[in-house]
Design a protein around this ligand. Sequence first.
Ligand code: ATP
Ligand code: MG
Length: 183
Amino acid sequence: MRIKRLEILGFKSFVEKVSFDFTEGITAIVGPNGCGKSNVVDAIRWVMGEQSAKNLRGRQMEDVIFGGSEFRKPLGMAEVSLVFSTEDGRVPARYLDYSEIQVTRRLYRDGTSEYYLNKTPCRLLDISELFMDTGVGARAYSIIEQGRIGMILLAKPEERRFLIEEAAGVTKFKSRKQVALKK
Ligand code: ATP
Ligand code: MG
């Protein structure tokens, strides 16, 4: 699964709709301090299902909605879409017929949130399942932020095991087992 495009509207400092195209090869995002580089990474993490405001550098989840500036009023909603290409075939079988997979998350100020897969409303669980065992996802190792390598090296063995299980492809089965045991 390769990221093709990221669309951001009303998320953190991105008040108007912006679209980032990720072509083949390496993409670098550069800019002065405070211009929103880390907010782009936060948007990717958020759309993949991050539930912790702290991991998104905020106090509460509503902090991800554009909060206004000197010249602009706050917005009432944040929306991020992440589009993956399915060309490499490394996607769940039910998506093989689609040329891309679009994951969308929306949050309103009243706390209502919505998730979509290819523009069809879905549950957070469906999005988490899509990413499980791919190495992609809010908690997986596809996003390595400052200090993360040190954290992995210093982590307890059982914490590090999480990364190995994700790479080995057993996360999905463990998660399903947990759901089944609860029923
Ligand atoms: P650095 O190079 O210092 O790491 P950066 O490019 O990573 O900077 P970010 O941390 O992505 O910068 O962006 C910080 C900016 O985003 C700040 O100006 C902050 O005010 C703004 N910001 C964060 N959340 C919101 C929000 N909810 N509404 C409006 N602006 C926001
Ligand atoms: Mg930064």
